[in-house]
Design a protein around this ligand. Structure first.
Ligand code: ADP
Length: 592
């Protein structure tokens, strides 16, 4: 990353941490008091030992003895408080970062997030944010504390002799700026590479676990294992390089601290000889010098963490800054009222492609969906049927033409308001690892149990739920794996019915079901859907009898349209699909 970009990332990070500035200030103050107590403890101890050698009266030592006790206890108490406050700050920052990130990526779903692999997203959400957890504790805090300790020590040493202060400043700068710069040079590449490799590892692991069954079936687990091992070794290598640099820092700091003590003595001894400095203070100055390096000891690590933090922040910003595929207008129209006169939905010559290089997914599609009626969209796989639903839900916006809702272009409304009008059942509905009730309540959190029962009944799931020992409280496992494919789909249908939205979009809702169950559900849906506005998307030509209009889609174009009877009578594309399917169905054995 070039320097101005790093600076921008850094200031942006600071802005995110800004609400906790008082917590940070308190923590830095406590950090200074801890190191200050250490210096006080060592200095008073040195003073007592040196004075005692001169056999003074015990009363001379009394104050210093109290001082040793005070600093000894204070150091422990301040250290505890500093840890307490700095961790509190860190956890608050962490919570804010997670919420900030989630809010940032939410508008990107699903269009923009599809461009990222799930392991990569996971790595950003978990590992990168965890890296930033250190932002205060290891990056911001240490330099602030080091500067305060340095300034106070400079005044203390300067009070005895200006050269003592000058020497201390030189060694502090060496340890606090020289060593960190060297560290940064040596470990910058590793810190950044480490994050990328860790993310790749996470992608490989998530991918491997999700596809485990297929890997085993194709006997490809060894190759996947080798890939994961290679990435693990990469992470290890970068870690080792960073540890090596940290060890070098430790050695250099020791060397610099020792040299600083030596320099203090070399300057102070002549002063004692000339009678300008009390001999007892010699030990005090030497030990105070030594202890003051506690303040700079964390700086080389801070510079190591800085790069990892900047790289993590950059990866997060990159995602959060992506432009959503759809944006709300500055002043959206009020929520469209579906029951109002003149309401309805229309596609007007809609054209859309997912990427400029792709062929059009929809190419001049027009139709009207009047309240209370059903429009069916049929066609082979890839014809563009789901794209219709995506555009309706405003996951993407049309390239040409428009979608009209209640007389206005959908782009004039807030996307969220438009989505509230639709209950959707798609082929890949996500079920959460929660109870049946919780999965249903997602659609309408305030729904009562009797409403839930009715929705389950309409989706023909009530008998199954009633037979379960825990009923609605039954956990359905990750992605609903404790249920069969058909049951999962019926749960999704129940969820959409419970939402009770004005328009129902059934996107291949019964595609995973065997023909017998499909027929049974379509019959039940028929009564549940009576009077509802429905967009029925399917490649299976079943349940089309009630459709006011059937659109036959092929390569994004409407190639035929009409009622079921008209289409069957016309003997065109639809009739051929119909004959093929019913021929296949009468040949195929049934079963789930
Ligand atoms: P259907 O639902 O009829 O099977 P789709 O609407 O899913 O068809 O797909 C229509 C075309 O758009 C296909 O060529 C498909 O490859 C493409 N497509 C669908 N989703 C995406 C996507 N997210 N990104 C790019 N192309 C897509």
């Amino acid at each position: 990353m070039n320097p101005p970009a790093s600076r921008r990332t850094f200031t942006r990070l600071l802005r995110i941490a800004a609400p906790f500035r008082w917590w940070m200030a308190l923590s830095a103050l406590l950090g200074f008091l801890t190191i200050g107590s250490s210096i006080g403890l060592m200095s008073t101890s040195a003073w007592i030992i040196a004075s005692a050698a001169l056999h003074p009266h015990i009363s001379t030592l009394n104050v210093a003895i109290v001082g040793v006790r005070f600093f000894g206890i204070a150091r422990g108490v301040f250290r505890y408080l500093e840890r307490y406050v700095s961790h509190e700050t860190t956890f608050r920052l962490l919570a804010r970062l997670r919420v900030w990130f989630f809010q940032g990526i939410e508008p990107l779903a699903p269009a923009r997030l599809m461009e990222h692999r799930s392991g990569d997203l996971l790595s950003r959400v978990v590992a990168d944010i965890d890296t930033l957890e250190n932002f205060y504790l290891r990056v911001i805090g240490p330099p602030v504390i080091a500067v305060i300790v340095g300034l106070v020590m400079m005044v203390f040493m300067g009070a005895h002799d200006i050269w003592l202060a000058a020497s201390l400043v030189v060694f502090h700068l060496l340890a606090g700026i020289g060593v960190p710069l060297l560290t940064r040079r040596l470990s910058q590449a590793s810190a950044v590479a480490m994050l990328t490799t860790r993310s790749e590892l996470s992608v490989a692991l998530v991918d491997g676990v999700q596809g485990l069954a297929d890997l085993v079936a194709y006997d490809a687990q060894d190759r996947q294992l080798k890939h994961v091992q290679a990435l693990s070794r990469g992470v290890q290598r970068h870690n080792r390089q960073m540890a090596r640099v940290a060890a070098l820092d430790g050695a250099l700091l020791g060397l610099i601290t020792g040299s600083a003590v030596l320099a203090t003595l070399l300057i102070a001894i002549p002063l004692v000889r000339e009678g300008r400095l009390d001999g007892v203070l010699l030990a005090v100055l030497a030990l105070a010098t030594m202890t003051s390096f506690e303040g700079v000891a964390a700086l080389p690590q801070a510079s190591q963490h800085l790069d990892a933090n900047l790289a993590a922040a950059r990866r997060l910003f990159e995602l959060v800054d992506a432009t959503p595929a759809v944006q709300d207008p500055p002043a959206p129209l009020p929520v469209p009222d579906w029951s109002a006169a003149g309401s309805g939905l229309a596609f007007e010559n809609v054209r859309f492609r997912y990427a400029t290089s792709d062929p059009p997914a929809l190419d001049g599609v027009s139709f009207k969906l009047r309240p209370g009626s059903t429009v069916a969209v049929v066609g082979a796989s890839g014809a563009g049927k789901s794209t219709l639903a995506h555009l309706l839900l405003r996951f993407w916006d049309v390239d040409e033409g428009r979608i009209v809702l209640n007389g206005h272009d959908v782009r004039a409304y807030a996307a969220e308001d438009v989505r509230a009008l639709f209950g959707v059942v798609s082929q890949h509905t996500h079920l959460f690892n929660a109870t049946i009730r919780d999965n249903l309540l997602l659609a309408r959190p305030t729904a009562r149990d009797d409403e839930i029962e009715r929705a389950l009944e309409a989706a023909q799931l009530h008998e199954l739920v009633a037979a379960l020992p825990d009923g609605l409280g039954t956990w359905i496992g990750e992605q609903g794996l404790a249920l069969s494919g058909g049951e999962r789909q019926r749960l999704a249908i129940a969820r959409a019915l419970l939402k009770d939205a004005p328009v129902l979009v059934l996107d291949e809702a019964t595609a995973n079901l065997d023909p017998v169950t499909e027929r049974a559900i379509l019959d039940t849906l028929q009564s549940a859907l009576a009077g509802r506005t429905t967009l029925l998307i399917t490649h299976r030509l079943a349940g089309l009898e009630t459709a006011a209009e059937i659109l036959v889609l092929d390569a994004g174009r409407v190639v035929e349209r009409g009622t079921l009877d008209e289409l069957l009578a016309s003997g065109g594309h639809f009739r051929r699909l119909w004959d093929i399917q019913y021929q296949a169905l009468s040949d195929a054995p049934t079963g789930n």
